[in-house]
Structures are given as structure tokens and as C-alpha cells.
Design a protein around this ligand. Sequence first.
Ligand code: FPP
Length: 237
Amino acid sequence: MKTIPEHVAIIMDGNGRWGKLHGRSRSEGHYAGSKTMEELIDASADIGIRILTLYAFSTENWKRPAEEVNYLMSLPVKFFNQKLPEFMKRNIKILISGDIENLPNKTRNVVIKAMNETKNNTGLIVNFALNYSGRNEIRQATIQIIKDVKENKISIDQLDEKMLENYLYTRNLPDPDIVIRTGGEKRISNFLMWQSAMSQLCFVDELFPDFKQPLYIKALERVQQGDGASVSLIQRM
Ligand code: FPP
């Protein structure tokens, strides 16, 4: 790899289809996806990427069948209880972008614990977009800005792009250099609407559970070789 991207963001799509393809449930597809996710976290730390943002649950995902939603909400509980000691050892810091308040108690508690315990770690930042919506993020920012103007905490003349960014979930994080979407669909789906304005986009046909480390590295390399093109397509072989 010529240069290491600072911030990579991934839309982890295709878990449900993967489950079906392998004669299993959608939830089993999500479990397989969570295993791939662990592999990509390791790979990102090894490569020296500074921030990895993972789209784990969108506000639109609440519309899915209750069984699937419950499973997706239980995954972080299992995941962080198991992985936190390792994240501490590897100096990995956990952040959450999204509406944490409206998560089920168990899920909220475990992600808050993960953020607290890892807050002084200085290695890879893994930023989970959880109960996330890009439009809602901008809406929340707008509401807070109006409140702060009314309370004379800021003046409208001060409000440049940098200041607005301080009201987003991703405050203090640089924009993603690359947004990768697996699963063949070529759209952004309300992910990092503001932050991805200048990002390179990479669409991969492979379903997320199959997007293992070698393919991840290949995708990152392909984006870099892309002679300045802002979109790369990686077709299934
Ligand atoms: C989209 O695939 C994927 C999701 C809605 C969930 C992604 C979550 C993980 C990979 C694991 C998260 C784990 C933790 C611990 C945060 P889809 O179901 O829309 O796939 P489809 O397009 O095939 O239906």
C-alpha cells in the first residue's frame, strides 16, 4: 500500500443474503458478519489505520422483524464482553456514533462501558455507527446549534463548517478517506452524509461475511491505484 489511509469507513452489507445463501437464518448471517468485522478490526490495527468506522445498525434497521432486531441488539453485548480485554491489550479505543439513548438498556450499558474503559487508549479508534442516521445526525446538530445561539453560547456569524462539525457525532474525527460498501449495492444509505462529502467510494460485490482481510487489503490498494477516480468497483471473481 502506497500510503495508509487515516480513516476507513465500511457499510457492512449482505449479512442476511449470506445467511440465506448458506441455508441459514439472517441472524446467523449477522453472526458471520461479526466474525469478519473482528478480522477487519485486527487487520486495520496491523496496517496502522487510525480510525475504522463500522455501520453496525441504522435507524432504518428498527423496521426489520423483531427477532432480527433483538439479535442485532444482543450482538454488541456478547461482542464487547468478550473482546474488551483484548482491545485494552491492543490499545484500541471504542467510540459510538449514533443515538445511544434509545438503545435497549443492556446494549446501551455495554457500549458506554466499552467507551469508558478504552477512553485513554491511543491506538486504533473503532467507531461503531449504532442506531445511526446521517440525516438525523445533521438534524440533532441543527437543534443544538439553535439552542446554543439562543443561549448566546455561539453567534451565527461564527458558524463555519468546522464549528458545525463539532455538533456531529464524529466531532474530533477527520473525515473518512475511503468509504467501502460490500454486498453489491451502490449507494450511501444515510451513512456519514456530511463526512463523506470528499471520500473515495469503493463498492465491493462480495457479501460482508466474505469480505475477509485479503479482500479488504485489495480494496484499499485498488482505491489507491484508482488514478484519482473517486469510485472503485470490485466485482466478484
Ligand atoms: C446489513 O446487512 C448489516 C447489518 C444491518 C448489520 C451489520 C452488523 C454486523 C456486521 C455486526 C455488528 C456487531 C457488533 C458487535 C456491533 P443486511 O442484513 O442488510 O444484508 P442483506 O442486504 O443481505 O439483507
